[in-house]
Design a protein around this ligand. Structure first.
Ligand SMILES: *[C@@H]1O[C@H](CO)[C@@H](O)[C@H](O)[C@H]1NC(C)=O
Ligand SMILES: *[C@@H]1O[C@H](CO)[C@@H](O)[C@H](O)[C@H]1NC(C)=O
Ligand SMILES: *[C@@H]1O[C@H](CO)[C@@H](O)[C@H](O)[C@H]1NC(C)=O
Length: 397
């Protein structure tokens, strides 16, 4: 018996001795904020229900082609298969995950035509052609096309038998997939697969944009994919930021507590949100991909994905009530959760200012959001959530 109890006591000790424990508890419970309903904000919001455009963990807006790309799945499947959250029921995984695109300038409610993008020639897992989507981020290229880097959280397969491995023991086999698309896309060209032992629990990508296909990504649980240490990695700071160029990958920042949807700012810096600390660590990239930490922004909310708009402002989907957020994820058709978005503005003095732009404290309209995208041209805000069966759109009043 002691054999089991001793490591558990050691772990509990490690957790209690975390200096940041009080902060983690505060962020988790979501104390210290004024909860405001949608009616307090100058927006009109509505839901979009569309088959295939569900459980979209992340979004990316291409300004050059005016296309919004969404990484979508099946709301009920997320609770079964999501290796990042240590959900390893392979037989319950989503079988129809797809990147969906919307032409946002042709988006009146009666004219909405999201397209589920085909991925011809993409091998998937064991040749099934399937994706298992988490984060995605693109780059507008000067030739008018876009490149999309996509996290594919696929299951591990036993190389001998060709059958699925016991993924709860070996973990998933996530890759980063690079696709290319043009304007009014109906399909994605598969460019290449990044597979590497350092791509272990990838959450999201921040393409460098100007050096080949290089990108930064977060391993939200570091390289520990399974087991009790996997479950504790967010609290113990097992997360990392890693960097891949066209040939290899390496860890470039460690000790992070659930690093989530990172982004590259227009200032060239890499912004890495920590979901359970409610802060954004700011890093300066070096020419060899290494990162030097230069700042930390106190957001004070549990953070999910960041998105940089075309003006260079950073928008973050924040989770204002973690209990309700998880309850909604476990019962996506039955429960809604409050949500909010914040904008992080860098002043001329280099200081960051954080402001809430909208909140749906009563969970009236918006999804239990993990991503928010702002379009400066129209002022619209788009919301999607990892398990939500709908997407939200808000227009300025
Ligand atoms: C795994 O998923 C399948 C298919 O959705 C489901 O029937 C089964 O009950 C799930 N297993 C567990 C242990 O939840
Ligand atoms: C993991 O994925 C890579 C790239 O798709 C593949 O080559 C490899 O065989 C997979 N390994 C396992 C154990 O599934
Ligand atoms: C920076 O990168 C180099 C080469 O990739 C590596 O050997 C070195 O340890 C890194 N330095 C730091 C301080 O992380």
């Amino acid at each position: 018996m002691f054999k089991i109890i001793a490591p558990i006591l050691a772990l509990l000790g490690a957790i209690v001795y975390q200096l940041e424990l009080p902060r983690m508890v505060r962020i988790f419970i979501g104390v210290g904020h004024t909860a405001e309903p949608l009616s307090s904000f100058p927006y009109t919001c509505r839901r979009i229900y569309h088959k295939g455009m569900e459980a979209c963990e992340d979004m990316w807006l291409s300004q050059s082609t005016r296309q919004l790309f969404l990484a979508c799945s099946d709301p009920l499947a997320r609770a079964q298969w999501m290796p990042n959250m240590l959900h390893f029921n392979v037989s319950g995984r989503g079988l129809n995950d797809a990147i969906v695109v919307v032409d946002i300038d042709e988006m009146s409610p009666d004219k909405l035509k999201p397209r589920v993008l085909e991925t011809p020639g993409f091998p998937g897992t064991n040749g099934d052609g399937r994706l298992h989507l988490v984060g995605l981020t693109g780059v507008d290229d000067s030739d008018g096309n876009v490149r999309l880097w996509v996290i594919n959280a696929k299951p591990s397969v036993d190389p001998m038998s060709g059958e699925f491995s016991d993924n709860s023991k070996v973990g998933g086999n996530s890759t980063v997939e690079l696709f290319r698309a043009g304007p009014y896309a109906s399909s994605l060209d598969h460019v290449k697969t990044f597979a590497h032992s350092q791509i272990a629990t990838p959450n999201n990508v921040a393409p460098v944009g100007d050096q080949g296909n290089s990108f930064y990504f977060t391993n939200d649980h570091g390289v520990t994919k399974t087991g009790i240490m996997g479950h504790l990695a967010p609290v113990l700071g097992g997360g990392d930021v890693s960097f891949c160029d066209d040939t290899t990958c390496k860890e470039v920042a460690r000790g992070l507590k659930f690093p989530n949807g990172l982004a590259k700012g227009h200032d060239g810096l890499i912004y890495v949100p920590s979901s359970i600390l409610g802060v954004i660590d700011v890093f300066e990239p070096q020419s060899n991909g290494n990162l030097t930490k230069v700042d930390q922004i106190d957001v004070g909310y549990s953070l999910d994905n960041l998105a940089v708009d075309s003006d260079g402002e950073i928008f973050a989907a924040v989770i204002t009530d973690t209990f309700k957020f998880f309850a909604a994820n476990n019962d996506p058709y039955g429960k809604d959760a409050p949500t909010a978005a914040v904008r992080i503005h860098k002043g001329l003095d280099g200081r960051y200012k954080v402001a809430k732009v909208i909140e749906d404290s009563l969970a009236e309209v918006l999804p239990a959001s993990t991503a928010v995208v702002h379009d400066p041209k129209t002022g619209k805000l788009f919301f999607s959530g990892v398990s939500s069966p709908f997407v939200g759109v808000c227009e300025p009043k």
